[in-house]
Design a protein around this ligand. Structure first.
Ligand code: ZN
Ligand code: MN
Ligand code: MN
Length: 291
């Protein structure tokens, strides 16, 4: 399995890998820049080399990048849209330089302009970006969202519409966030609900589009629209949802990362990873016993 967590890049991008290694991650997610500042982050050759060396040494693979919170490629305002595109391009450049294969992107918020208008803006931004970074090999993964406010991407239909709206969808994939899906009304706790959710995902988006999973329990109820992450098994989703996901053969090869709250000693990451791994081995033991 490829299990891990989002890690801080404080002190350098290579430090995130070391933090992940410390808590036995097989994969990690990072921001490649400050998530709350417009100011560009320059990656020096030395930092890039250190990152690549530490990744080689630890074997943590893949490293996944997440876009910063300021970006809104769906914005109806030209100035914010342009600034967002510049930061998005900066992040794509960082991914290329660091050898990061995936950049997870929140589709953005239409801020009242309407879903269709919002989706058009995102598609235009993605098309423009595609022209500017062609050949870098980085895949942009659209993340499903919780359905808060005017955020796009809380339904599989919207993700599908966005994939269809871009000129070239071959460089796009999808990142599935369990908390967001649950908050947006997708049942994941029962076998029936779980299968129905993935059937709908497959019909509208396509399972072959799925490249990364975010493992977060939810503070809010089913359909609450609340984007509040909780520790695995401690939220409204509970352990069974994660047991089904972790033992689903269709997703065995996919990197799965936690985005749950934690302190500087990363004790919560250790505990959440322990819980996740216990769910995998329990089911595997059950299968072995049957055979
Ligand atoms: Zn996200
Ligand atoms: Mn997420
Ligand atoms: Mn979230």
């Amino acid at each position: 399995m490829l299990l891990g967590a989002h890690m801080s890049i404080s002190g350098g991008v290579d430090k995130a890998i070391l933090r992940g290694h410390e808590v036995a991650c097989e994969t990690i997610q990072i921001f490649t820049r400050s998530p709350r500042q417009w100011r560009a982050r320059v990656l020096e050759d030395e930092e890039i080399a250190r990152f690549r060396r530490v990744q080689e040494e630890t074997g943590i693979d893949p490293v996944i990048a997440h876009d910063c919170y300021l970006i809104n490629l769906a914005s109806p305002e030209d100035e914010l849209w342009q600034k967002s595109l510049i930061v998005f391009l900066e992040e794509l450049g960082h991914c290329r330089d660091l050898g990061i294969p995936y950049l997870v992107l929140h589709p953005g918020s239409h801020v009242g302009a309407g879903e269709d208008a919002g989706l058009e803006r995102v598609a235009a931004a993605l098309d423009q970006a595609r022209g500017e970074i062609d050949g870098s090999g980085v895949k942009v993964l659209l993340e499903n969202t919780a359905g808060q406010g005017t955020n796009l991407g809380s339904t599989f239909k919207e993700l599908s519409a966005l994939l269809n709206a871009v000129t070239d969808d071959s460089w796009l994939g999808v990142c599935f966030d369990t908390c967001h899906a649950f908050a947006a009304g997708h049942e994941l706790r029962t076998r029936e609900g779980y299968e129905a959710t993935w059937r709908e995902f497959d019909e509208l988006v396509g399972l072959e589009r799925l490249m990364v999973i975010h493992l977060n329990d939810a503070k809010g109820d089913l359909g609450s629209g609340l984007d509040r992450h909780e520790h695995i098994g401690r939220g409204r989703m509970g352990l069974e949802a994660f047991r089904m996901l972790l033992n689903d053969q269709r997703f065995r090869h996919l990197p799965m990362v936690l985005e749950t709250p934690k302190g500087p000693d990363l004790a919560e990451d250790r505990e959440n990873l322990r819980v996740l791994r216990s769910l995998v081995s329990a089911r595997a033991a059950e299968r072995d016993a049957k055979n």
